[in-house]
Design a protein around this ligand. Sequence first.
Ligand code: MN
Length: 327
Amino acid sequence: MHFDVFNGDADGIIALLQLRLSHNTPQPSEVTLVTGVKRDISLLAQVEINQATSVVVLDISMEKNSTALANLLAREIPVFYVDHHRAGDIPKSTHLTSLIDTDANTCTSLLVNKHLNNEFVNWAVTAAFGDNMQASAQSLSEEVCLSKEQQLLLKELGIYINYNGYGGSVDDLHFHPAQLFKKLLEYPNPFDLINETGSVYHQLKKAYLADMAKAKGSMVLLENEQLTAVQLADEPWARRVSGVFGNELANASPDKAHIVVTLNNADINTDKTYTISLRAPLNNKQGAGDICASFPTGGGRAAAAGVNALPVEMLGDFFDSVAKYYS
Ligand SMILES: [Mn+2]
């Protein structure tokens, strides 16, 4: 049994999409899909090691999955690993093939696109826009002569697919990422999906616009020269929209860091915590991962990172750390 393990965001889904649409890569006959919400990155441990004959891993940190990876390699199970998150020490094994590039301007779907020599470049552009890699998406678009109008359509599609990945659990999502992947597999060309009335593109667009309209009325907690922090309600719509809303804020003021704060649905008996999503200033894509990692349950990439459960009393300290870092 082959396992495809992928992040549930646009980048993860579209990385796999390109590989499975391709006639130039071997296609497994029996596949188990392992995915989840965007934040759920400890996915490799879910592979049933006794059944696995090969594994593809996309868009989840190798460092965060190192134990599961070591177990697979020890069983001599071939693993193909493509990612742009922190890798840690890449194991030296003849059973591992890896394409890892942690450059802040690349993403997993772009790495897969390079591997496939632009075979599904329209999808790769969609993913790069979805992962908020505007500059890379644009330059690749220009390389393959996509018009401004076409770029705008792929950008919207990328944003909608990415939006679908955000939630506290898969119950919050409109489509389970595995289900969305299977739907997209019917469209080698994303423009066919966009042009089809009532397609998943149009369903996601409608849902996205409704959630974003609510987010625009959210509370600003702090705004200064270095950062803008907003709080979203602890409701499914807010958990879905937090990531893409953060991207939109970041694009609107590229010199500032952006923080989206959501109060976690705390049990009466447990201490209250926030989910934090931090984006480094677009014009200075560094530090977010380090800042978040200095707080309990925090981590991520230099450009975008988060804290899963920040004790409420530490919120002021968190804002101070961000302001200090970017001043
Ligand atoms: Mn990614």
